[in-house]
Each structure stands twice: as structure tokens, then as C-alpha cells.
Design a protein. Structure first.
Length: 168
């Protein structure tokens, strides 16, 4: 059952990512990307990495997507065209992806692969992750944080309205 669930989650993740790439509305693209991140988090949990699954939801599906939405709003990106046709053509893929993610989550909860077993040596303790992030890899963590800061400043500078004296 876990193998079937893994392939279903993989299909959901690929479909959500494909829908993210093909959408003209940037907010819809971000929502599809969040659905793909949730599917990836469930895959991490299924593979025995609950800490990585939690980070995937907290950091990527939460914080990074809020940053993307902030940049979209700051740059004033609007959809290129208004969608035509019935509402199910616009909302159908999102409803289908969300419903299939919920079904996979319920199946994963009902058939927990780690239930009743001891935690193996392959599980990474949060303390070991913290020690490696802020010990051995502290320079890399700081470099990534500065890159995010520079990207935010760049988005602000690109999105702000020009005053009359600045020119083109």
C-alpha cells in the first residue's frame, strides 16, 4: 500500500508542478506550487523522514510561499488574461489535487509505516540537525539568509514606482 501511495503522491506532485508552470495568474501558480510542496512533504514522511516533512511544510509551503506572494503583490503582477468558461475549468484542477492530497493524508495516517516500530538508526534527531546547521554548516546557512535578503531588496527596488526625477 505504501508503494502505491508513494506513486500517487509523486503523480500529484508532478501534476501540481506542471500546473504551476503553465498558469498565467501568478497567485494560482503559487497555490499549485504549495500543493506540490505538500505532496513532497507527505512523500518525505512516507520515506521515514518526519523532520524533513515538517520542514518542508513550515519553510517551503509556509514561509517561502508567503515571500513569493509578498513579491507578487509588491511587483503588482496581474493575470495576463481573464479565464473564460465555466468555473470548474478554473477550480477543477485545484479541487482535484486538494482532494487527492487529503485522501493520501488520511491513508497515510491510517496506515502509518512507523507505527509500532522502534525508531531506527537512520532517523536523524533534531539535535543532530541543529548541531550540523549551526556548527559545521553555519557559513552556508548565513550565505543563504543573505541571498534571501538581497532578493527581497531587489524585488523592492524593481517594484517601487519611479519618481519623476529618476527617469527610465
Amino acid at each position: 500500500m505504501t508503494t502505491v501511495l508513494f506513486y500517487i503522491l509523486g503523480f500529484i506532485m508532478l501534476t501540481a508542478t506542471l500546473l504551476c508552470i503553465t498558469r498565467r495568474n501568478p497567485v494560482h501558480a503559487v497555490i499549485y506550487l504549495v500543493a506540490g510542496f505538500f505532496a513532497l512533504a507527505l512523500m518525505f514522511y512516507l520515506l521515514g523522514a518526519p523532520l524533513a516533512a515538517a520542514w518542508q511544510i513550515i519553510v517551503y509551503a509556509g514561509a517561502i510561499m508567503v515571500l513569493f506572494l509578498f513579491i507578487i503583490m509588491m511587483l503588482g503582477l496581474a493575470p495576463q488574461e481573464t479565464p473564460e468558461g465555466p468555473g470548474w475549468r478554473r477550480w477543477g484542477p485545484l479541487v482535484l489535487l486538494s482532494a487527492s492530497l487529503m485522501v493520501c493524508t488520511v491513508l497515510l495516517i491510517m496506515q502509518d509505516p512507523a507505527a509500532g516500530k522502534e525508531i531506527g538508526d537512520f532517523y536523524l534527531a533534531p539535535q543532530a540537525v541543529g548541531e550540523s546547521l549551526f556548527g559545521r554548516y553555519v557559513l552556508a546557512v548565513e550565505m543563504v539568509s543573505f541571498q534571501l535578503l538581497f532578493a527581497t531588496i531587489g524585488a523592492y527596488l524593481l517594484g517601487r514606482p519611479l519618481s519623476k526625477g529618476e527617469g527610465q
